[in-house]
Design a protein around this ligand. Structure first.
Ligand code: DGJ
Length: 692
């Protein structure tokens, strides 16, 4: 029974974890436990009843509330702050009742005076070992209530001030750096204020006690299904109570909760493991795969012409690239930026989503038919949220962009952002993109977003202006969701100048993420390692390009074979040997892709740790087959051989590993070192096979 409920006590259990809370003697909804599942429901500690420590430290401050507001004397990060119509700025919530609906526990809280109802929703994803949390804020009265902050959850950890905050940070071309930092007393914030999820931080947290590694140690982790401004406020109180607030960012946020309306937060996910960061990632990977629109569908090897041609797209040259790509074994040919009306450079065309009359006088069909005739699928790039001032769309609707009156409309890459919160903008995009997909045999769309926000105004809106941050994302989801529903066979890729829109919100619409605009092989190893903390390999689009031309083609191929393989190089510049090498590895990739894309991933050697090596292993879910990739990026000092212990094998079965003599037990491969001698920029791929 995953939800154990009484009138005062609630325990949410998954296969291996548990989260418990209950009412204490003061009637306050307090946290009790988050960790390994215990044998009996009675094993979880009772709610604490903290006494006042002094007149400066009242019980409210010491109580670990599930969803605190700012009443009493707490001085901690509240999960919810509101202003009532009469100007009162404090909500006092009291538990009223609970219900179990659709496998989720709903805890109802009611303000003691005002018509404000809060429902906390907890859903155990039992087999996935994750718990979903969200909150619904409802106005049951006659006057509006202003919401100033509304987090999805406050996740409490066992008492202690010795936590390490593991998170992902970076910048454009350099996303997904893993940072492991001691959590200081007070509040540590990671966030996005940029309208998209951001290159700079990802809404992911993992807390450990300072000693977890890939294979062992307690880790409490989580993320948020949201593709706009978000915030994580990790707090260590002066009473060594550590908690994670996660949700929509309250920076410049406001929401008018009108009478009889509700605000539902995005879903936050939380998980626990005692098997280190590797197990935490595999838990997220398995669940993310289950929510992808196309589930376990294997991704095709694609070619994308962006880095070969940039905006210089025309039918004849694209046909040429398609022919070479087909000869290498590519299965999906994607035309990137530059195909639509007026798009010769980045200063014009965005918004006019029909083929450029000069480049494609007969539309896209002749090219698509050629590509299909070669036996490949056809895909295309769009950037729906954007408009260039030099476009028919902007000339007709200059008021459709995000802007303030009397303020500069700051351009970035010569573009402005369409206000996706507006229904007319959503309708326009649905109409034009639907037409594009209906009239052409397009099976893959790369949806890009290439700038961050400025002057976040919505002059035409008469309500709370600061709702734009949330309504924009809802509009984005509406457009994407409608198109996906109308064209269910299309595979969508989420791109935002690389990996700036990588989150569990967008993965309900997109099957893949464009990991980074940095396609250099060595940089990619690090970016991919960070990406894999949260996202599975099938969502990780990885191209082989000419960015680091001195890297061996083999090395570059191997790097990209660790995800969803694509080629983005200028193939007309590749000689026969290079093409043959690429073709060879594409063939190998097709054999191993079920293991890479859908298997369990084990990070054996961290390149971000700086030792000059990277190694990653993938195992099929039944542990019958695997593949190991190892890379050497530079000569470390001292020069060590790469010694690895495999992971994820059945200890009692016999396995062979390509390049090593004979078979050995899984236990032997996992408990003894296997040595790999790699020269600079050398890489290797080894198949692992269960043989008995
Ligand atoms: C940014 C993307 O990340 C690139 O791959 C490419 O699609 C360009 N935009 C096109 O403008």
């Amino acid at each position: 029974m995953p939800i154990h409920a009484t009138n005062t006590s609630w325990v949410i259990e998954t296969a291996n974890t548990a989260y418990a809370f209950g009412l204490n003697e003061a009637g306050c909804l307090v946290h009790r436990y988050w960790g390994a599942r215990l044998p009996s429901v009675n094993d979880y500690p009772p709610p604490a009843n903290p006494a006042a420590w002094s007149s400066f430290n009242r019980p409210a401050q010491l109580t670990r509330e599930e969803y605190p507001t700012n009443n009493d004397q707490k001085f901690i990060e509240p999960a919810l702050t509101v202003v009532f119509a009469d100007g009162v700025r404090v909500a006092e919530l009291q538990y009223t009742n609970y219900a179990i609906q659709n496998d989720a526990l709903h805890i109802e809280l009611q303000d003691t005076y005002y018509p404000l109802r809060v429902t906390l929703v907890y859903r155990p994803l039992v087999g996935y070992d994750l718990i979903e949390r969200s909150a619904i804020i409802q106005n049951t009265g006659q006057e509006s209530i202003a919401i100033e902050r509304v987090f999805s959850a406050q996740w409490h950890l066992p008492y202690g001030d010795d936590y390490r905050f593991n998170h992902l940070t970076g910048r454009w071309l350099d996303e997904f750096h893993i940072r492991r930092e001691k959590l200081a007393r007070g509040v540590t914030v990671t966030e996005s204020r940029r309208l998209h999820t951001s290159h700079n931080h990802n809404p992911y947290f993992a807390l450990d006690r300072g000693s977890a590694d890939e294979d062992q140690g307690e880790v409490w982790f989580g993320t948020l299904a949201w593709s706009g401004n978000w915030k994580i406020a990790a707090e260590v109180t002066d009473w060594a109570s550590t908690r994670i607030n996660i949700g929509v960012n309250d920076w410049d946020f406001g929401w008018e909760l009108k009478p009889d309306t509700r605000f539902t937060t995005p879903i936050s996910f939380g998980g626990y493991t005692a098997q280190g960061f590797g197990a935490a990632s595999r838990t997220l990977h398995t669940y993310i795969r289950s929510i992808l629109p196309h589930g376990d569908t294997l991704h095709k090897v694609l070619y994308n012409s962006w880095e070969a041609t940039f905006f210089n797209v025309d039918v004849e040259s694209q046909k040429r690239y398609a022919e070479i790509a087909r000869d290498l074994g590519v299965e999906l040919f994607v035309v990137d930026d530059g195909w639509f009306q007026g798009r010769d450079l980045d200063n014009a065309g965005l918004g006019d989503w029909w083929p450029d009359a000069k480049k494609f006088p007969d539309g896209l069909k002749p090219l698509i038919e050629h590509v299909n005739g070669l036996g490949m699928d056809f895909g295309i790039w769009v950037e729906p949220e954007m408009v260039n001032p030099d476009s028919d769309l902007y000339r007709a609707h200059p008021d459709w962009v995000i802007h303030f009156p009397n303020r500069t409309r700051t351009e970035n890459r010569s573009q402005l952002i369409l206000n996706m919160a507006r229904q007319d903008v959503q309708d326009y995009l649905i109409e034009h993109l639907d037409k594009l997909l209906t009239e052409n045999n397009i099976t893959f769309i790369k949806w890009d977003m290439n700038r961050t926000v400025s002057e976040p105004g919505w002059p035409a809106y008469e309500g709370e202006q600061r709702e734009i941050w949330v309504r924009y994302v809802e509009g984005l989801y509406n457009v994407w969701g409608t198109l996906r529903q109308r064209h269910p066979n299309v595979i969508w890729q989420s791109c935002s100048g690389g990996g700036a829109r990588a989150d569990m919100g967008i993965l309900r619409y997109a099957d893949q993420i464009w990991t980074s605009d940095n396609t250099g092989g060595t940089a990619r190893l690090a970016i991919q390692e960070g990406f894999s903390q949260v996202f599975p390999a099938n969502t990780m689009e990885a191209w082989v390009t000419d960015t680091e031309p001195n890297l061996p083609v083999t090395f570059r191929m191997h790097v990209s074979m660790c995800g969803s393989l694509g080629i983005g190089a200028n193939l007309t510049h590749w000689n026969a040997d290079e093409r043959a090498e690429a073709a060879k590895w594409i063939a190998v990739y097709k054999e191993i892709r079920p293991i890479v894309q859908l298997g369990n991933q084990y990070r054996l050697q961290s390149v971000q740790a700086g030792g000059g090596f990277s190694a990653v292993q993938y195992m099929s879910k039944d542990r019958g087959e695997g593949v190991l990739f190892a890379f050497r990026t530079h000569i470390p000092d001292p020069i060590n051989p790469l010694s690895l212990r495999l992971r994820g094998l059945d200890p009692l079965s016999q396995y062979t590993v390509e390049g090593f003599e004979g078979s050995r037990s899984g236990a032997a491969w996992m408990q003894t070192d296997s040595l790999f001698t790699l020269k600079n920029f050398e890489s290797t791929v080894r198949r692992i096979r269960q043989v008995g």
